[in-house]
Design a protein around this ligand. Structure first.
Ligand code: B12
Length: 264
């Protein structure tokens, strides 16, 4: 039954052209030491007690677009991907409902606006951790989930379902190269300081950076994910020269895009 459901799910996901997905049993939240520090209220069963499996889907951010970030181009793709994630996840929950397994989707973010993150810089459910538990990748120094295909240039959302679906194994190979580019390039030094060792973002600094860019209409920042060398997308888009990020003068195409569509 779990196998059959997996096959149906895979077909529906393919039908929506979703390039990444994985499945985690809801029990994994309790079993995994990697979630140390995460209060139980954030576990899928605390949010939806009927949950047996969590399906995580991911859409990529195109490398040539994020190379221009912060820019209106990345800002617009971020919105498009967000909308697709929510719509696709909702549709998958409906498919599972129809098959007799009541399911709910979780919004890809889950906060009203950046000021809502000032007091409590978290959402009620973490897709990064769900993606990790669904075998989609491993955590990088940039605190993002790195995937083989797109590195950290992928956004996720999750569906909490009462169905038991054949799960994926957790990835055991560490994908992060620990090169430190994300740490060095962060414009507000949110990824490293005496008090905040890598892998734990100093969230308020990152949030403030987003707020500044928001005034200009070009949030989010995205630098810690664009400079990451991990991901097959680098070869696909022929963007393997990492030196390009070290130079003061960037490709003319990036500078061109950045000149347009920004609030004064
Ligand atoms: C709030 C939020 C932000 C905030 C706060 C940043 C942050 N690091 O949390 C802001 C607005 C600044 C932000 C920025 C970014 N975000 Co954001 N964000 C979220 C959001 C909505 C919620 C995260 C959350 O609350 N998780 C729940 C808690 C429980 O987990 P946690 O914060 O990781 O904390 C755990 C550990 O890190 C640890 N911990 C945390 N702090 C501390 C401190 C100490 C001292 C210790 C010991 C432990 C510890 O304990 C916690 C429990 O395990 C998620 C979407 C979602 N709903 O999942 C996206 C999400 C994480 N963001 C994402 C992205 C891509 C970004 C940006 C690159 C911006 C962008 N969109 O281009 C930057 C990168 C910032 C970075 N390098 O960390 C993606 C990540 C995709 C991926 N591949 O992993 C997500 C999943 C959105 C999505 N739907 O895809 N984000």
């Amino acid at each position: 039954m779990a196998d059959k459901l997996r096959t149906i799910l895979a077909a529906r996901i393919r039908h929506q052209d979703i390039p990444l997905y994985g499945v985690a049993p809801a029990d994994r939240w309790r079993a995994e030491g990697a979630l140390e520090g995460m209060p139980e209220d954030f576990f899928p069963r605390s949010i939806y007690p009927e949950c047996r499996s969590v399906v995580v889907i991911g859409y990529p951010i195109s490398l040539p677009i994020i190379d221009t970030a912060p820019s209106i181009w990345y800002h617009e793709q971020y919105k498009t991907v967000n909308s697709l994630l929510d719509q696709s996840a909702y549709r998958i929950s409906l498919v599972l409902d129809e098959l007799g397994h009541p399911s709910v989707y979780v919004p890809r973010d889950g906060y009203a606006n950046l000021s809502a993150l000032k007091e409590r810089p978290m959402a009620f459910f973490s897709h990064r951790h769900a993606a990790y538990l669904a075998g989609l990748g491993t955590f990088g120094w940039n605190n993002m989930l790195l995937t083989e295909r797109f590195g950290p240039r992928v956004r996720f959302t999750s569906i909490l379902t009462s169905a038991s679906i054949e799960p994926d194994d957790i990835m055991t190979t560490d994908l992060c190269l620990h090169c430190g580019r994300c740490v060095d390039h962060c414009p507000v030094h949110a990824l490293w300081s005496e008090d905040y060792p890598s892998r734990i973002t100093e969230k308020e600094l990152c949030r403030q950076r987003s707020e500044q860019l928001n005034i200009k209409g070009i949030s989010p920042c995205g630098i810690c994910i664009k400079v990451c060398p991990v991901g097959k997308d680098r070869e696909d888009f022929v963007r393997t020269d990492m030196e390009v990020y070290e130079k003061d003068v960037h490709p003319a195409s990036w500078e061109h895009v950045r000149r347009y569509g920004v609030k004064p």
